[in-house]
Every structure is written in C-alpha cells, then in structure tokens.
Write a protein that binds this ligand. Structure first.
Ligand code: MN
Length: 203
C-alpha cells in the first residue's frame, strides 16, 4: 500500500498572521500533522507485515486507529489548502469571484451571513477536540455543515468536504488561550474562498 506524506504548505509559516501565528502553524504542520502521517504509515506497515506472515491482529483497535489517523491526515491536508494569506485577496466570497459556491450557499442557507453564523456556532460548540466541515452531498444536491469529534466521529457517507476548520486546542491555544470563539471569528479572514469554490466546481 502506498504511504502517506506530509504535504508542503502553499504559503510561508508566517503568512496567516496575525490570525494564526507562525509558531502555531509550524507546530501544527510539522509536529501534529506529521504525527498523524507517521501513525497512519506505521499502522499500514503493521497490516502489511501481518498479511505477509499471516499473523493475528486486533482488528478492532487497528481499524479505530487507522480511521483516526487517516482522517486526521486528510482533514489537515484540506485545512492547509482552504486557507490563504489576507494579502492574497482570496478571502472574500462573492457572486463575481466565487459564483458557484456563493450561489449554493445563498440557496441552501438563505445568505452568507446565516451560513457563517451556523458554521461558527458548529465549530465553537465542539465538545473537546474536533472540526466543523462544510460538505456537498452530490446525490442529494445540498450543502451540509457537519460537526466532527476528534477527526472521524459523526462524519456521514458520500460527503465531499469543501471547507474545514480545526478547533483542536493545538490549532489556537498558543494564540488565543481558551478563547476559541475569537479564533473562529478571526479565522474567516484567512479562508481561501477561491479554493473552496474550486473544490466545489470539481465535483
Ligand atoms: Mn490539527
């Protein structure tokens, strides 16, 4: 099986300041994300060895650990991509610049402000560690906001992830202490709406 790799960021570590500090971004990318990649790869190696040598495995625990680490890796990959420096000019959704996602948000939520409020409340109310996601259910033709616990709990099938916000403490604690609400509020300044729109046009 192919192994997972830590992707490079498309911007400098200090590029998301003042909303996300260089220190937080370095630790988050090179320590936390890297750890999920390493753990996923270790588990895959373990599976491969067991298959090759016909060994017994605890499939319950290995399945849980794989789900946690692979989901952690994939969500972080998306998280890095859907952010961009404020100076890039990609941070404002509009019918002109990001028409497809803007129109769908209008249709499903009745307006961007309502969407932003629902998404922010979803992120702020995660118990412990988790994420808020905006997803597209193609077969049903609608956007959903999903609250994830850890990296992998509460996700439902057939959802294409368009936008992801990491509200684990490692994402904000050094910058905002316990004020997750302030982090969520500031994070909107560094969302890369061109990338979100691009993800939506790819489906
Ligand atoms: Mn994280």
């Amino acid at each position: 099986m192919e192994k997972y790799n830590l992707p490079n960021l498309l911007y400098e570590y200090n590029a998301l300041e003042p909303y996300m500090s260089e220190q937080v971004l370095i630790l988050h990318h090179t320590k936390h994300h890297q750890a999920y990649v390493n753990s996923a790869n270790d588990l895959i190696t373990k599976l491969e060895d067991a298959r090759k040598n016909n060994l017994e495995l605890d499939f319950k625990s290995i399945s849980k650990a794989l789900s946690f680490n692979i989901a952690g890796h994939i969500l972080h990959e998306i998280f890095w991509k859907i952010m961009a420096p404020e100076s890039s000019g990609k941070n404002k959704p509009s019918i002109k610049d990001t028409p497809k996602i803007s129109e769908q948000i209008e249709k499903d939520f009745g307006g961007f402000d309502r969407f932003k409020k629902e998404f922010s409340e979803t992120a702020k109310s995660v118990e412990g560690s988790g994420w808020a996601l905006l997803t597209w259910h193609k077969e049903h033709g609608n956007l959903n906001i999903i609250q994830i616990e850890k990296h992998n709990v509460n996700l439902y099938p057939e959802q294409k992830i368009l936008l992801a916000l990491d509200v684990w403490e490692h994402s904000y604690y050094l910058d905002y202490k316990n004020d997750r609400a302030k982090f969520v509020e500031n994070w909107w300044n560094i969302v890369n709406w061109q990338e979100v729109n691009h993800r939506f046009t790819q489906i």
